[in-house]
Each structure stands twice: as structure tokens, then as C-alpha cells.
Design a protein around this ligand. Structure first.
Ligand SMILES: Cc1cc2nc3c(=O)[nH]c(=O)nc-3n(C[C@H](O)[C@H](O)[C@H](O)COP(=O)(O)OP(=O)(O)OC[C@H]3O[C@@H](n4cnc5c(N)ncnc54)[C@H](O)[C@@H]3O)c2cc1C
Ligand code: SF4
Ligand code: SF4
Ligand code: SF4
Ligand code: FES
Length: 682
């Protein structure tokens, strides 16, 4: 065979005459994306990903179908071909249906590997479950009690019966560790780098935990006398017993992290001092500490009005409040409001009401919390808002005005509109304004010019890095008031970014993750029709009449039997090909967006009739490789295309023939050749 010379991406190469551009490039270590070309067979030209630029050629020829000729000049990664690859991928993805990673993991801000830790619990491997959880979340016992559980909203078992109790399972594994462990992660050898973490809330604790694992010397500076941030000074102990928080912080201490309490950044220490003390990087996890005032007329002339966070902090710090026989009005309907209301009940209040300007459906607190508050006797008064307050002796006269729901506002929720003339008086002994919090960033000054936006610190969402290269920030101080797991995720991200910052390494690109639908409501239940319904396990809890008498924990941990039974309800979602899938690999590389085009989705259920493999037609991209491998390599010719257009399927020629008993030889070549998760071994 004669040899031809060519240039690819500026590299002078040679190959045998007749070789395709794709094969020649691959032979020289240059990857041209391809989904439908199997080196053993002729080009098929289905995926169109292998387009390249060739001097003198019209358009962008397919590398798999173009032979190299003498003197050919090829470019395989120009902006134009990369853009065309992205579009081709997006067209394929628009008709593709699958979840690369389990949707619970995708939805969890910390991306905990839920599927596999649940599997460990089902197998009785509780330590393994805990260790997996702790790769992303250093406070699982805390989260197992207070997490807002966004993962459960997207749990695919919602399409069968009821969501898996993911958070209760996490709590079980971490409580098991507390009683039988504890697990302390391995620490890398000392890096010689020092990190100052400001704030011992969940974001700061998480950053400290992972930074310690990297071998960095960490000091946490906290203005309060104890750690936890809003986990301690906000969330009441009947939801989060303090010994649970102390246990998980204790592990971080055992890992060598130093805590300095009663030290306020901006007063006792500042950026300059920390640099002088040899700190190489700073993580700010200072949270949203200041509660909003009521913002209505007469407020400055009234006593006995608290903000929600001040009230809860005082209960935690001094335990000196007695509401026996009093009427308490809590304004707002978020987490803080519900906690303030339920705490007031426990402090002896005779009547506690929540006043909220929108409707019940719009209440931001978790429905379980609202339900628990009602069980404890809290009254929900919706579509009303305070307009003015005035002291009437020892009592506060609150003028309320009724509200109607108008057009949706920027938050997507309907705007509450006052109804003129609906003013009415309501008397209360105590008013608690729990309408929101803001950040105290008074440490920003000319010498520490941190960039902010609407009162929050500006930090890169991928790296948590601020405008000052050695200062990172995360949690509520960056997002505004959010959730514990978001703060934990930000702290972990901060630790990883700081480590890369020390080592001058760029961040790895986030992997492409296909989802069956933007939201679970977009996913067809047809894919889950064969699933057996299994009764959901519910943890025991204290009776309302008992729990209102004190601050004992309300909800209990699963028993071992319950945990195992609940774990077996998990559908083990996620694609079996996620680590090898070529479609996912190229979608990552070319930044494809599965929602760029509205493709036709076909409700094709899983085919499990073959003894060796499972066929998932909704993941097939019709590359035809299985058809041709079966025909041209195996010489069996069992698989063919059925139907035409976007409804085409690759199936056995006759339904029922792929049973392994007739002519399929179980050679497995089709499964090995499939570039996606459409054919997988059982
Ligand atoms: C009442 C209430 C109930 C909640 N309930 C839930 C719930 O059920 N589930 C949930 O997921 N989330 C809940 N949240 C939200 C959650 O607690 C927060 O999102 C989370 O704690 C934010 O973590 P963070 O680390 O960003 O800040 P924080 O927890 O606020 O911690 C910040 C820490 O920094 C310290 N600090 C601040 N400034 C300085 C300074 N200058 N120098 C030194 N130290 C400083 C503070 O003292 C504090 O310890 C609730 C919040 C509140 C207020
Ligand atoms: S086939 Fe590939 S892209 Fe599709 S769900 Fe599986 S791993 Fe993701
Ligand atoms: S069924 Fe299991 S893997 Fe699937 S979303 Fe729910 S918890 Fe996650
Ligand atoms: S099932 Fe066949 S046609 Fe479909 S993606 Fe796999 S190899 Fe290609
Ligand atoms: S069209 Fe060339 S590899 Fe698919």
C-alpha cells in the first residue's frame, strides 16, 4: 500500500492511502468525536459529529467517510466545527430520555451519591453509607434532621407511590456512626498552607472539614461563644438537639481544626492582620445575621417586638423568656417564622398566630413544618399584613389590612395587594417579625474592598472566589438566606477551590448530566409502570401534647428494620453507562444543552426480555452500530430498524425473537459497541 502525507491541526503526518481522516487522526492521537463509526465497519454517517475542515473541500466533510489524500490539510477543532458538533449533539439529546445520574443526587446542592449510600444501607453496610455521605457533607446528622430535602421532591419513586425517605436514611446512617463510630476521615500530609475560616456556621464548618482533609492548617474565627451559626442560634433544639451538632463539630476538632470563639472579623481581626499572621487564604461564611424589622408605622415606639432571629438567639443564649398566658403574633411564613411560633408555644404562650400576606400555598416554610406547627396549636392567618402598631398599655394594637393576590412578581409568586378599607385591629402581647434577614458586612472598608451586590458578597458560583484572589466566600452571605445544605455545598466547594488555588490548578469542567425532565412533573410515569408499590416507612415522633411541654426532639430516627425496608424502596436511578457513555462525554466537551431544541420524546418502556441485556429504546440515538455489528461482524443479522422518522427504533426483526433461544448467539458484540446506555448487560 502506498503512503500519503497530510497535515492535521498543524501536525505533519502520514498514513496508508485509503485510510479515512477519522482513522488517520485517531492513529496520530488526535480525537475527532464520533458516535456511529466502528473501526471494523464502513462509515455510516448517522451522527455527523466527525465533521472537520479540509482546505479546498466544500462545507465540512465527515471525517469517517473521507479518505486522506496527498497533501491534505485538515483542522478538527475550529470554532465552526465545534459549534456544528454542539448543535448535532443538542438535536440528539432533544429526543433522548434518561437520567445520567440519579435525580436525587442531581438535585442535592452537595451532590451526595444518594443511590449508592441507600444501597449500602439496604445491604447493612452502614459505615460505608456514612463514609460516602461524608465525601460531600460533613454534617449528616444535622442535615438528617433539618434538611429541606429538595432531593426528595425529584425522587422518581414519586411516580410509583411516595418518595423515598432519603433524609431519614441519611439520619439513620449518621446516628449509627455516632453510636458505633465515629468515622474520622484520613488527613493528607501537612501542606504548609494556612486557611482562616470566618464563621462557624455550616458553610464555614464544611470548608474547615474538607480543607483539613487536604492537609491545610485551618483556624475558624467565630464571634459567638459556640459553633453552628443558625444551626444553633436559629434552629430550635426540638428540631436539632445540641449534642448532635456538638458531636459533628467535635469530629472537625479531632481532625485538627482550631476554633477561636468570641473573635469578630472586622473588629478583633481583619484581612491585614490575618495576612500578617501567615494565612494564605480566607473563607468568609458569615451568613445572614440581621433580621428585618416589621417596617410598619409606630414600630419605633413599641416595646415587646422582636425580630425572629433575635428572639431565637436569645432563647438559645439566655433561656430567660416566659410567654405563659400571652398572645404572640408572628409575622412571616418562612422557616424562621415557624420556628419562632413553635418556640413561643413551648415557652407557654396561650395563643400563637402566624400572620402572612400571601396564601397558604405560597408559604415558604416546608409543608411538614407548617403541619407540625398546626398540630401544636399555631393558628395560620393568611392574606393579611400589619399596617401599623401602637402600644395600648402593656398590649400591642396591630392594625392589619387584608390582602388579595395580584400578578406574579419577580420571585414568580403572586404579588400581595392591599384591599383598601379592610383595616382591622388585632391585639397581641408580643410581636415577632420573621419576614427575612440580611447580611452584616460592616467589615468591608477601604482596606478590604470586597465586591458586593444588593448586600450580598459577590463570589464565583463555581469557585466561591471573590474579587480578592485569596478570599473565598459561601453560604447565606453570598446567596442571601437559604438552606443548610446549600451552605454546606458552598463550603465544600470553597475548600476544593482553595486547594486548587494553592496548587495553581484550574477547576475541572462539570460533567454533562442528562435528565428525564426539567422537573419530575415532565417525566412520564409510563417508564415506572412495572414497579411494585412498597409501603413508605415513617419514623416515630412525639405526640403534640407531649412535645409542646418542652424542647425534646420531636422526630425520631428510623429503627434498623425501618431503614432497611425504606432503602429497598429505592429504584437505583441513574444510567448504568454514565461512566462510559460517549454521548455524555461529547456533550460535556462541547457544552451541549439538552433543552436547546424541543424534540419528540417517545414513551418506549424498558425491554428486559433478553436473557443477557436490557434494551432501553428511549436512550437509543439510532447510530445503527448494533444493527451493523450484528450483521457484519457477528454475521447473525438479528437487529433492524423499525418504523421511520423520529419514531424509528432498533429492534429484533421479529418481536420476541431476541429471547436467546432462537438465533441470537449472545455474543454481546452489540452491547459492547453501543455508544450510549441503550444496550446494557443485565
Ligand atoms: C430560624 C431559622 C431556621 C432555619 N431552618 C432551616 C431548616 O430547617 N433547614 C435548612 O436547611 N435551613 C434552615 N435555616 C437556614 C440555615 O440555617 C442557613 O441557611 C445556614 O445556617 C447558613 O449557613 P452559613 O454558614 O452561611 O451562615 P450561618 O449559619 O449564619 O453562620 C454564620 C456564622 O458566622 C458568624 N459570623 C458572622 N459574622 C462574623 C464576623 N464578622 N466575625 C466572626 N464570625 C462571624 C456567625 O456568628 C455565625 O456563627 C434556618 C435559618 C433560620 C434563621
Ligand atoms: S445514555 Fe448516556 S447520556 Fe443517556 S442517560 Fe445514559 S449516560 Fe446519560
Ligand atoms: S428512587 Fe432512589 S435513586 Fe431514584 S431518585 Fe429516589 S432515592 Fe434517588
Ligand atoms: S441501541 Fe444500537 S442504534 Fe441505539 S444507540 Fe445503541 S448501538 Fe446505536
Ligand atoms: S458521522 Fe462520522 S462518526 Fe458518525
Amino acid at each position: 500500500m502506498s503512503t500519503v502525507h497530510f497535515t492535521i491541526n498543524g501536525l505533519q503526518c502520514e498514513t496508508e492511502k485509503g485510510t479515512s481522516v477519522l482513522q488517520a487522526a485517531l492513529a496520530h492521537g488526535i480525537e475527532i468525536p464520533n458516535l456511529c463509526k466502528d473501526q471494523r465497519m464502513e462509515a455510516f454517517g448517522a451522527c455527523m459529529l466527525c465533521r472537520v475542515e479540509i482546505d479546498g473541500a466544500r462545507g465540512n466533510p465527515l471525517a469517517c467517510a473521507t479518505p486522506v489524500t496527498e497533501g491534505m490539510v485538515i483542522r478538527s477543532e475550529t470554532d465552526a466545527v465545534n459549534e456544528s458538533r454542539r448543535v448535532c449533539l443538542e438535536l440528539l439529546l432533544s429526543e433522548h430520555t434518561g437520567d445520567c445520574v440519579a435525580p436525587c443526587t442531581m438535585t442535592c446542592p452537595a451532590h451526595i451519591d444518594v443511590h449508592h449510600y441507600i444501597e449500602h444501607i439496604g445491604n447493612g453496610e452502614y459505615e460505608k453509607a456514612l463514609q460516602l455521605i461524608k465525601q460531600q457533607n460533613p454534617l449528616p446528622s444535622v442535615c438528617g434532621r433539618v434538611c429541606t430535602k429538595p432531593c426528595e421532591d425529584e425522587c422518581r419513586r414519586n411516580l410509583v407511590d411516595e418518595r423515598v425517605g432519603i433524609n431519614n436514611l441519611k439520619r439513620f446512617a449518621s446516628d449509627y456512626d455516632r453510636l458505633h463510630g465515629p468515622y474520622i476521615p484520613e488527613i493528607s500530609s501537612a501542606s504548609g498552607k494556612k486557611i482562616a475560616v470566618i464563621g462557624a456556621g455550616p458553610s464555614g464548618l464544611s470548608c474547615a472539614y474538607y480543607s483539613a482533609i487536604f492537609g491545610h492548617k485551618v483556624t475558624v474565627f467565630e464571634k459567638h461563644a459556640n459553633p453552628g451559626g443558625m444551626l444553633r442560634y436559629g434552629i430550635p433544639s426540638y428540631r436539632l438537639p445540641r449534642e448532635i451538632l456538638d458531636f459533628e463539630v467535635g469530629i472537625i476538632e479531632k481532625m485538627g481544626v482550631e476554633f477561636r470563639y468570641g473573635v469578630e472579623f472586622g473588629k478583633d481581626i481583619d484581612y491585614k492582620k490575618l495576612k500578617a499572621m501567615g494565612y494564605d487564604a480566607i473563607f468568609l461564611g458569615v451568613g445572614s445575621q440581621k433580621g428585618w424589622d416589621l417596617g410598619c408605622e409606630g414600630e419605633d415606639r413599641c416595646s415587646r417586638i422582636y425580630t425572629g432571629v433575635d428572639f431565637l438567639e436569645r432563647v438559645e443564649k439566655y433561656n430567660d423568656i416566659d410567654f405563659t398566658g400571652l398572645t404572640v403574633m408572628v409575622v412571616g411564613a418562612g422557616n424562621t417564622a415557624i420556628d419562632a411560633a413553635r418556640t413561643s408555644v413551648r415557652l407557654g404562650a396561650e395563643h400563637v398566630q402566624i400572620i402572612y400576606r400571601r396564601g397558604r400555598a405560597e408559604m415558604p416554610a416546608h409543608p411538614e413544618e407548617i403541619h407540625a406547627a398546626e398540630q401544636e396549636g399555631v393558628e395560620m392567618v393568611t392574606l393579611t399584613n400589619p399596617k401599623a402598631v401602637a402600644m395600648d398599655g402593656e398590649t400591642i394594637a396591630v392594625t392589619l389590612i387584608d390582602m388579595a393576590l395580584g400578578e406574579p412578581d419577580a420571585s414568580g409568586r403572586c404579588r400581595p395587594v392591599p384591599i383598601e378599607g379592610s383595616d382591622h385591629l388585632c391585639m397581641a402581647d408580643i410581636v415577632i417579625a420573621a419576614i427575612g434577614q440580611t447580611q452584616d458586612l460592616s467589615f468591608i472598608n477601604d482596606e478590604f474592598q470586597l465586591k458586593t451586590n444588593r448586600g450580598t458578597i459577590v463570589a464565583d458560583s463555581n469557585t466561591t472566589q471573590t474579587n480578592l484572589p485569596d478570599v473565598f466566600a459561601g453560604g447565606d452571605a453570598v446567596t442571601g438566606p437559604a438552606t443548610a445544605i446549600q451552605a454546606i455545598a458552598a463550603g465544600a466547594k470553597g475548600a476544593r477551590s482553595i486547594d486548587r488555588f494553592f496548587n495553581n490548578q484550574p477547576l475541572p469542567k462539570a460533567e454533562y448530566d442528562h435528565v428525564m425532565g426539567k422537573k419530575i412533573q415532565d417525566v412520564s410515569p409510563i417508564y415506572y409502570e412495572g414497579e411494585v408499590k412498597k409501603e413508605k416507612q415513617r419514623p416515630a415522633e412525639l405526640e403534640p401534647s407531649v412535645r409542646i411541654k418542652g424542647f425534646s426532639e420531636v422526630e425520631l430516627t428510623f429503627t434498623e428494620e425501618q431503614a432497611k425496608a425504606e432503602a429497598l424502596r429505592c429504584l437505583k436511578c441513574g444510567c448504568g453507562d454514565a461512566l462510559d457513555c460517549q454521548l455524555r462525554k461529547y456533550s460535556t466537551k462541547y457544552d451541549a444543552n439538552q433543552f436547546a431544541f424541543e424534540g419528540e420524546k417517545h414513551a418506549k418502556p424498558l425491554d428486559t426480555s433478553h436473557p443477557v441485556f436490557v434494551r432501553d429504546p428511549k436512550k437509543c440515538i439510532l447510530c445503527g452500530t448494533c444493527v451493523r455489528v450484528c450483521r457484519d461482524i457477528a454475521g447473525v443479522n438479528m437487529i433492524g430498524f423499525l418504523y421511520r422518522g423520529s419514531g424509528t427504533e432498533t429492534v429484533p426483526y421479529l418481536p420476541g425473537m431476541m429471547t436467546g433461544e432462537k438465533s441470537c448467539e449472545n455474543c454481546r458484540l452489540c452491547v459492547e459497541a453501543c455508544p450510549t446506555g441503550a444496550l446494557l448487560f443485565k
